[in-house]
Design a protein around this ligand. Structure first.
Ligand code: ADP
Ligand code: MG
Length: 553
């Protein structure tokens, strides 16, 4: 079977050999196994279903979220001599009828459909008259209401397995966090799928975070050093895309803006101008980018903090696809966190809580004190054997100290609470707080209770964040977001492996280069007083079941 696949790869796509993992994925599909593929953008996912479609008798049905994507793919396939077609609701009845007839006449090997079309009345009975050999769900993360790009119609795709229980399904996405993966598997009702995750490392992308002040000047400075190089500036609001591109144009840059509020023709024209290098700078909302194949994007700037690491990773992944160096620059300000929190304060409670946890991880990335690439990859379940040397932190590392004892105290407390406590509660226990939650669960009786009393709350918070960022701890996506100890954490706890921490400095990440000032005795006392007040507030709040800030405000 694999020799047949290799022949197809050569004959239709002109490639001599498969890229890493493509061959395994194709074997899995040819063995009719449900398969999940998590591979970065540009990794070569399409071949993973296109080749099997051509090897097997019958037709492969590809579900794709964007009409523009479908058109591009079908055009590219046709150019390679593959019989492919797409169906969506924007086509005339006659065109659709002709394509359906061609499918029935077995003249089509790959049929691209929008999810709306797939779920439209009578379409399943049409498919049952064909010999469907494979369903490919492209951009499968659209199924997850927890990620970006959520498409409600995608959640209906579970009917595929009900209607066609014996036809294998391959789901493909560039979004790899475990939650999205679990969601894809569950929602599509995949049976014991083979999961293939290729490395998400993009070592050619240089990562930098800058304080979110004087953004415009910082951008023009950056552009002066990257003359003529194409890039994208992602902004949170449509207004910002417009005002920014105006200001840049006024300074002589070739900039344009792109967002979902523009007409389809305007969007297509702008996108085209960017693809052809007629404009250098695309100021855009996240509406821009999915499926856009431009390999020479040299930089991606985030004017605002993205809502989670998945989105961030996907967006910076549009830079440097040709493998040459590219820059990812993130502006970070606490005001952006607040704005984002406000945006996320809609929808059902459970979703909100999850979105907030994800936002917090994004914030931790922005405030990081250790290799940023390690943090990104760690988020996707990958470990990096050594620091990258290609992010701002690696290039200019902050002073660290031996934090092994601190880490062991925290890990031991977490272990003794049987990994059933969220971050705040772990700190309460370490600091010997008598909050209701601590007392109720008898956590004041565990051995490490109060073992970190000498360290202020905010410092503990920073240390725990560092432990999460460096993969000693994981946040479980359960109802309480409890902290779990990873294998790397166990090495520190049980095998005394050393662990470095960076001293917590408030706002270090957002200040230029803030001179470090030791706290005066008065300030220390004030801190302590505030800490006691906080605990008191929390206690009363717990009793009255209201948020702490309501008390005394
Ligand atoms: P993805 O969907 O993962 O973003 P694509 O399927 O669009 O990526 O593929 C990205 C590029 O890689 C395409 O130009 C494709 O032709 C190329 N490609 C895929 N497989 C191979 C291969 N085995 N050898 C060389 N190039 C490949
Ligand atoms: Mg693709």
């Amino acid at each position: 079977m694999i020799t047949a696949a290799q022949e197809v790869l050569k004959k239709y796509f002109g490639y001599e050999r498969f890229r890493p993992m493509q061959q395994e994925i194709i074997s899995s599909v040819l063995a009719k196994r449900d398969t999940i593929v998590l591979m970065p953008t540009g990794g070569g996912k399409s071949v993973c279903y296109q080749v099997p479609a051509l090897v097997m008798p019958g037709i492969c049905v590809v579900i794709s979220p964007l009409i523009a994507l479908m058109q591009d793919q079908v055009k590219a396939l046709a150019a390679n001599g593959v019989n492919a077609a797409f169906l969506n609701s924007t086509q005339s009845a006659e065109v659709q009828y002709n394509i359906e007839t061609a499918c029935l006449g077995r003249a089509i090997k790959l049929l691209y459909v929008s999810p709306e079309k797939l779920l439209s009345a009578g379409f399943f009975s049409f498919l049952k008259r064909l010999q469907v050999n494979l369903f490919a769900v492209d951009e499968a993360h659209c199924i997850s209401a927890w990620g970006h790009d959520f498409r409600p119609e995608y959640t209906q795709l579970r009917t595929l397995k009900e209607q066609f229980p014996t036809v294998p399904v391959i789901a493909l996405t560039a979004t790899a966090d475990r939650l999205t993966q679990k969601d894809i598997q569950e929602q599509l009702h995949l049976q014991d799928p083979a999961v293939y995750i290729s490395s998400f490392d993009r070592p050619n992308i240089n990562l930098t975070v800058l304080p979110g002040r004087n953004r415009f000047n910082r951008i023009t400075d950056f552009l002066d050093n990257h003359k003529g190089q194409p890039g994208i500036i992602y902004c949170l609001s449509r207004n910002t895309t417009e005002s920014l591109s105006q200001k840049l144009s006024a300074q002589g840059f070739k900039a344009a803006h792109y967002h979902a509020g523009l007409s389809a023709t305007a969007r297509a024209a702008t996108q085209d101008a960017f693809l052809k290098d007629n404009i250098q700078i695309m100021c855009a909302t996240i509406a821009f980018g999915m499926g856009i194949d431009k390999s020479n994007v040299r930089w991606v700037i985030h004017y605002n903090l993205p809502k989670n690491i998945e989105s961030y990773y996907q967006e910076i992944g549009r830079g440097g696809r040709d493998g040459a160096p590219a820059n990812a620059l993130l502006f970070y300000s606490y005001a952006d966190v607040l704005a984002m929190r406000k945006m996320l304060s809609e929808g059902d409670k459970k979703q909100q809580a999850l979105q907030l946890v994800k936002l917090e991880r994004m914030q931790q990335y922005a405030e990081a004190t250790s290799c940023r690439r390690r943090i990104l990859l760690n988020y996707f379940g990958e470990t990096l054997s050594k620091n990258c040397q290609n992010c701002d932190i690696c290039r200019n590392p902050p002073a660290s100290f031996d934090g092994t004892i601190h880490a062991q105290k925290a890990l031991s407390a977490i272990a003794r609470m049987l990994e059933k406590a969220p971050l705040g509660l772990v700190i309460d226990v370490l600091r010997g707080s008598r909050s209701q939650q601590v007392l109720e669960k008898n956590f004041d009786r565990i051995k490490t209770y109060g073992a970190g009393r000498d360290i202020p709350y905010n410092d503990w918070q920073s240390y725990l964040h560092q432990m999460i960022n460096q993969g000693l701890l994981e946040i479980a996506y359960d109802d309480a977001y409890t902290l779990k100890i990873s294998p790397a954490g166990k090495e520190v706890l049980l095998q005394n492996k050393s662990f470095a921490l960076v001293k917590f400095e408030p706002n270090a990440a957002t200040e230029e280069v803030a001179p470090v000032k030791a706290k005066s005795k008065k300030e220390v006392l004030k801190d302590e007083l505030f800490e006691r007040l906080r605990v008191l507030r929390k206690k009363i709040a717990d009793q009255q079941n209201v948020p702490p800030y309501v008390i005394f405000n």
